[in-house]
Design a protein around this ligand. Structure first.
Ligand code: ATP
Ligand code: MG
Length: 389
């Protein structure tokens, strides 16, 4: 469809905005909006619904200057998209270029039972299949505590994974919160990494964790570890993910700059993807950056389930040397805290040693409080120096 007119861009308030809705294999539809800056996310979904009545669209994407797709699923993200778009418009105006419409790419919600991102079928409805386990959100009636133990077992399984189908092989490593095993999934013939964490928590909390882990099925990025499913057996949760045959970056010591540069791009893309889903990683460090012999770099162990993060923190002491000062001091933290941990991790990988010489990291990831204090103090000194006080 032809895009014809674009109004004058004098101020943000009186802008006429043209949104080009891209339809897979069918071109595009242009939509002229008179009050661009006031536009709400819901308005855009309504129009997409008219353009694509056959699909249930829950979000859409736009492309940034590097061509990376950014997802929009809230008013806040809409605002970010519009302010990014208006800045490109200003640039086009200054350069005397033709003003391009705002291109968006609707994202259709796949029907239940078809979410299949890693070659494994994921059933989201209770079914007669021997291996199927219903997702929690579909299967939890209010009186679920009265269910039989067999039914509960099903509820507490997420995806198609269950203990009987898994053959544990080697131990890949022990972390602060659990042990990771290399394992074989008999029905699919896949090699998995299974992280087993002992958690003495209530059944309600177990259910909450399983439901929070649901979002992992929707994570679809080549920079994020693939998720196959999770299940509780007694007091332990097993989280099944893609096996990375190169292991984690903590064992590689000093990494040459040209390799580290490539790794950094992948890690930042993985983090940007998580942040676009409103997920903070919360545990960025070399041992949570995995590599494989296909040259891929993927992030793992991110804090997708608040309840899981809290439960692990309650069971195990949850401080590590990569944490940002504001986290160590117990203040609010956000994306910038992930960025701090990213910086410390890359300094370590580039130098071949931990950047704070006062801190001996070799006793595992638990840090004595006095040592952590030096991170906070050092940060405060730098901030003061910058402020010239
Ligand atoms: P923490 O518990 O604080 O996250 P950690 O990352 O060192 O510390 P784990 O997450 O338990 O500990 O992981 C232990 C080790 O298992 C890692 O260092 C890594 O080498 C290995 N590992 C984890 N996940 C995978 C995977 N998907 N594929 C291959 N190896 C893995
Ligand atoms: Mg880890």
């Amino acid at each position: 469809m032809l895009w014809l007119a674009f109004g004058p861009f004098h101020t943000m308030e009186n802008q006429v905005l043209v949104i080009r809705i891209k339809i897979p294999n069918r071109g595009a539809v242009d939509w002229t909006v008179n009050s661009g800056p006031q536009l709400l996310f819901r308005d855009v979904l309504d129009v997409i619904g008219q353009v694509l009545p056959e699909a249930t669209t829950t979000a859409f994407e736009y492309e940034d200057e590097d061509g990376d797709r950014i997802t929009v699923r809230s008013d806040e993200e809409m605002k970010a998209m519009l302010s990014y778009y208006y800045s490109t418009v200003m640039e086009q105006q200054v350069n005397g270029q033709l003003i391009e419409p705002l291109q968006i790419f609707p994202r259709a919600c796949k029907p239940p039972g078809e979410r299949n991102i890693h070659g494994l079928k994921v059933n989201t409805r209770a079914g007669p299949s021997q291996h199927s386990s219903p997702a929690v959100s579909d299967a939890l009636p209010s009186n679920s505590l009265k269910k039989s133990s067999a039914e509960l077992k099903k509820i507490l399984a997420n995806g198609q994974m269950n203990e009987q189908d898994i053959r544990y092989r080697d131990t890949l490593g022990h972390g602060n919160g659990g042990t990771v095993y290399k394992a074989y999934h008999v029905p699919s013939g896949k090699t998995l990494a299974v992280k087993v964490i002992l958690l003495d928590i209530t059944l309600e909390l177990q259910k909450q964790i399983m439901s929070e882990l649901e979002i992992l099925y929707k994570c679809d990025s080549s920079y994020i570890i693939g998720f196959y499913g999770a299940f509780f057996v007694e007091n332990r949760i097993s989280i099944c993910t893609e096996f990375m045959d190169g292991g984690s970056l903590d064992v590689y010591r000093k990494i040459p700059e040209h390799v580290l540069g490539r790794i950094a791009v992948a890690v930042v893309k993985g983090l940007t993807y998580l942040w676009s889903l409103k997920i903070l990683h919360r545990d960025v460090k070399p041992s949570n950056m995995l590599v494989n012999t296909r040259g891929q770099v993927k992030l793992c162990d991110f804090g997708v389930s608040t309840q899981l993060v809290n439960s692990i923190a309650k069971t195990y002491v949850g401080t590590n040397a990569y944490m940002a000062p504001e986290r160590i001091s117990g203040e609010q933290y956000g994306i910038h805290s992930d960025v701090w941990s990213l910086g410390i991790s890359f300094m370590e990988l580039a130098l071949g040693r931990f950047p704070y010489p006062q801190i001996q990291k070799n006793q595992g990831s638990l840090m004595p409080l006095q040592l952590l204090q030096c991170i906070v103090d050092e940060h405060a000194k730098t901030a003061k120096r910058k402020a010239g006080t």
